[in-house]
Ligand binder design. Structure first.
Ligand code: IPE
Ligand code: IPE
Ligand code: MG
Length: 245
């Protein structure tokens, strides 16, 4: 991909809020379930392309803590779809040397989903081409509440002193402890909100909102988002002049 006047390299950590499966289905006169299965096809393409582009960390928001309040039938189908995709993509993960990682409250997931995730995570743990993180039963506020709970317990048990609590200690207690901060966050479907995703980790992420519904999201749209990212000046609170110097 040729990009001129770029200020940034490829994002090291790309995160995506994959939204719009339901609306995609509705527009086509199909049911929401079909929207989700077409969403999986978009996932496959984006993962392949992320590897081609040498992105090191790709994090996908697949199911939020709030999504548990959807109709039981839809939740059931999403869980089954997740397991069948893990099974069908397993060889591809090995071939492309992709390491699977999961963030979220795994205990909330049905046992058959947990089992499959554990299997794939374990068997891909030595892969180093790209880390693919699936956010499942994930909520940013829940993640942060867990951090506060863990730290409070450590203080109570005299394992750490309150003065020692800083950003790096907080990072170490997050689900994302092994991941760098997010560089680029994409949300599809035209919604411009974060919906409880990676609240701490996106402090300085560049945000990119696409009107495209997730099942229609292609390599071309991914390239467009990355081109936009590359042109942006990430100042991290500094002045433009300081960045040049
Ligand atoms: C995203 O698509 C997938 C999940 C949240 C699991 P949606 O299912 O939210 O699709 P819309 O937003 O209803 O179109
Ligand atoms: C966010 O999408 C969660 C995922 C993509 C998994 P939602 O469709 O659940 O978000 P809201 O409800 O529109 O904010
Ligand atoms: Mg949605």
């Amino acid at each position: 991909m040729m990009i001129s006047d770029s200020k940034n390299d490829m994002p090291k950590h790309l995160a995506i809020i994959m939204d719009g499966n339901g609306r995609w289905a509705e527009k086509k006169g199909k049911n929401r379930i079909q929207g989700h299965s077409h969403g999986v096809k978009a996932v496959q393409k984006v993962v392949e392309e992320a590897v081609q582009l040498n992105i090191q960390y790709l994090t996908l928001y697949a199911f939020s803590t709030e999504n548990w309040s959807r109709p039981q039938e839809e939740i059931g189908v999403l869980m089954k779809l997740l397991v069948s995709t893990l099974k069908s993509e397993f060889q591809k993960l090995l071939k492309n040397r992709i390491k699977l990682n999961v963030i979220g409250n795994m205990h909330e997931l049905p046992a058959f989903v947990q089992k499959e995730l554990e299997y794939v995570v374990e068997h891909t743990q030595d892969n180093n081409e790209m880390t693919l993180t699936l956010a499942l039963s994930y909520g940013g506020r829940e993640e942060l509440s867990n951090v506060f709970k863990q730290l409070a317990t450590k203080v109570k048990n005299n394992i750490i002193s309150p003065e020692k609590i800083d950003q790096s200690i907080i990072n170490e207690h997050l689900y994302t402890q092994n991941l760098p901060d997010v560089d680029l966050l994409i949300r599809t479907s035209g919604e411009k909100r974060i919906s409880n995703f990676l609240l701490w980790q996106i402090a300085y992420a560049e945000l990119y909102f696409s009107k495209v519904l997730w099942p229609d999201f292609t390599k071309k749209h991914l390239h467009k988002a990355i081109t936009s990212y590359k042109k942006r000046e990430r100042r991290f609170g500094k002045t433009s002049k300081q960045l040049l110097g």
